[in-house]
Every structure is written in C-alpha cells, then in structure tokens.
Ligand binder design. Structure first.
Ligand SMILES: NC(=O)c1ccc[n+]([C@@H]2O[C@H](COP(=O)([O-])OP(=O)(O)OC[C@H]3O[C@@H](n4cnc5c(N)ncnc54)[C@H](O)[C@@H]3O)[C@@H](O)[C@H]2O)c1
Length: 305
C-alpha cells in the first residue's frame, strides 16, 4: 500500500461535527491520521450543545476504516481546551496537528452590537484558538515538531458588513498564527491560516434580501466544504515542511496565497509634519495608494470555477 501522507500522525480538528471541519477530519483520517473529532454541537450562534455531531463523524471515520475519537469539550475555555489536547494524548499517545476550526457567528451592525455578541464570538474564535494552540504548544516543543492550521476569513482579511466581532477575531487569529510561527520555528513548529469559502450552515446566515445577495448565495452553494480539506491535510503533513506563516484562501477549485500588510508608500519631510502639512502634502501623495472600502464580496466578485 502506498505511504499515506498523514500516516502515524495525530490531529485534533475543532468544530469537526459538521461543515468544513467534518470534511477535514474525514480527509485527515483517509490520509492515515488518527483524529480527535471535537465539537460541542452548538447552533450557528453558539446556543445549546449536542454530543451527536462529534460522535457521528468519529463513527463515520471508523466505519470507513479510519481511527477517530469524539470529544465534546469547548475550545472557549483554557481548562476545557486543555482536555481536548489531552484527549489526543490519552487515546493516541501523541499530538502532531491542531486545526482551529470551531466557530460561531453573532452578526449585528456595529452601533447595535452588544458586548455579549462581541464577547461570545471573540471567545470561540480568538480565545479558542489561543487556548488550543497554547495547550498543544508544550507537546510540540518537546517533540520538536507540530503544525497548526487556523481557519480565518476574508471577512477579517478584507472586510464584511455586520461582522465587527467576527472580523476582529479572524484578523486577530492571523496575527496569532504569525506569532506562533515566529516563536516556534526553532522547534520545527509551523502555523498557517486558511480563509475558506464553503457552503455550510454558517453561510446560510448570509442575508438574501436582494436579488444580488440571492445570486451571491447561489454561487457560494457550489463551493462544497470538501474543497477545503486537501489544503488542510497538506499543510499538516511533512510535505509542507517549508510552508510557514502563510495565509491561504480556498474557493471552489482555486487556491490563493493572500497578501499580508506591508508599507505601500511613504512620504517624508525632513522638518517634520504639522497637521496642515499632512493635509496639504502627505495625504494627497498617499491617497493614490489608499485601500478601497471593499468587502470580501467586492474582491472575490467572479463566479467560482
Ligand atoms: N463556510 C465558510 O464559507 C467560511 C468562510 C470563512 C471562514 N469560515 C470558518 O470556517 C470554520 C468552519 O465553519 P463552517 O462553515 O464549517 O461552520 P459550521 O457552523 O458548520 O461549523 C462550526 C462548528 O464549530 C462548532 N463549535 C462552535 N463553538 C464551539 C466550541 N466552543 N467548541 C467546539 N466546537 C464549537 C459548532 O458546533 C460547529 O459544528 C469556522 O471557523 C468559520 O469561521 C467558514
């Protein structure tokens, strides 16, 4: 039998009871990994819990001849996230990869966004990814290897309406990933992000009030969650040993490497700047390089291919 890409590795996938996480867990198991299928089985907005989805996906993996264990601890607390990582140690004796995929949405136009909505989304996406990464980092350092994949979003990388909480968490997550990559490079630990586009129940929350919005949703429906899994498997494998601190996007059959902020243009004045000089000289010069008020859908505006 041909050597499988993830043979011998143990990977935790959070939020793997459905959507993109489920397909990543299935693909990782098919590639030979032993998988901790984590999911609290909550609604898109994070209300309620159900052990069913995680158990079902673990059962699906085992039925297909793979190895998996279900876990229903939340990523959003330090102690419970540590239990998810410990679950990998207890069942499989090691941990080689973490996919930070668990997520919820509480969309609200900014001036109406409540602290509870802000906090719930930041807790799951940003704190959850921190807790999971922090819990695995010690094991990764000790064994001199490990890989993180964090699911970010073009809502954070580019922008979107009514998602200040989610965008802040997802862009924060890319900085977390870069920081982990920098800090842990010397221990042979890698950290990369994927901004997925996939039709899932989460995207079902996109408004369909106008014909334009309806057409957009119809296009997104072609992008099945399984399209994200191959890149995640690759990034967790040793084949990706040279790939670190990058942000990718996947949209149907297209894979992108995304830019990360760098200076675009500068103006210099040896006497220094007054507010008036900035108005008269600096801004007119810099304006040509201003980034437009794009939302994700303005940048990714063509039909998925
Ligand atoms: N679908 C897309 O187009 C898209 C776009 C950009 C980013 N993403 C990101 O991809 C990831 C997966 O999203 P999806 O579209 O598959 O959505 P999904 O709702 O199907 O999956 C998210 C899963 O996370 C689980 N979850 C929520 N809170 C949790 C917690 N505290 N602990 C453990 N599990 C928890 C949910 O039960 C759910 O099964 C998310 O991080 C999302 O932000 C998705």
């Amino acid at each position: 039998m041909a050597h499988k890409m993830m043979q011998g590795k143990v990977v935790v996938v959070t939020g793997a009871g459905g959507g993109i996480g489920r397909d990543m867990a299935l693909a990782l198991a098919a590639a030979g990994a032993r998988v901790v299928v984590n999911d609290i089985g909550t609604s898109t907005s994070g209300e309620g819990t159900d052990a069913g989805p995680a158990q079902q996906v673990a059962a699906d993996i085992r039925a297909a001849g793979g190895q998996a264990v279900a876990n229903t601890d939340s990523v959003a607390g330090a102690a419970s996230a540590a239990r998810i990582v410990q679950c990998a140690m207890d069942h499989f004796g090691r941990i080689d990869g973490v996919v930070n995929n668990a997520g919820i949405l509480r969309d609200r136009i900014f001036h109406k966004m409540g602290l509870d909505e802000w906090d719930a989304v930041i807790q799951v996406h940003l704190y959850g990814s921190y807790h999971m990464s922090r819990a695995a980092a010690g094991h990764f350092k000790e064994q001199g290897s490990g890989a993180f994949v964090h699911m970010t979003s073009t809502s954070g990388l580019i922008g979107n309406l009514g998602q200040a909480n989610y965008s802040a968490a997802k862009l924060g997550l890319t900085a977390l990933s870069k920081s982990i990559a920098l800090d842990m490079q010397k221990f042979n630990v890698r950290s990369n992000c994927i901004a997925p586009f996939a039709w899932s129940r989460m995207i079902g929350a996109i408004p369909t009030d106008t014909p334009e919005q309806q057409a957009r949703v119809a296009r997104i429906q072609q992008m099945t969650p399984g399209k994200i899994a191959p890149l995640a498997v690759y990034l967790l494998s040793d084949a990706a040993r040279e790939v670190n601190a990058q942000v990718f996007a996947v949209r149907n059959n297209e894979i992108f490497v995304m830019s990360q902020p760098r200076p675009l243009r500068s103006v210099h004045r040896s006497e220094g700047w007054s507010p008036e000089h900035i108005a008269e000289h600096a801004m007119p010069a810099l304006k040509a390089s201003f980034v437009p008020m794009d939302r994700s859908a303005d940048v990714f505006s063509w039909d998925p291919i």
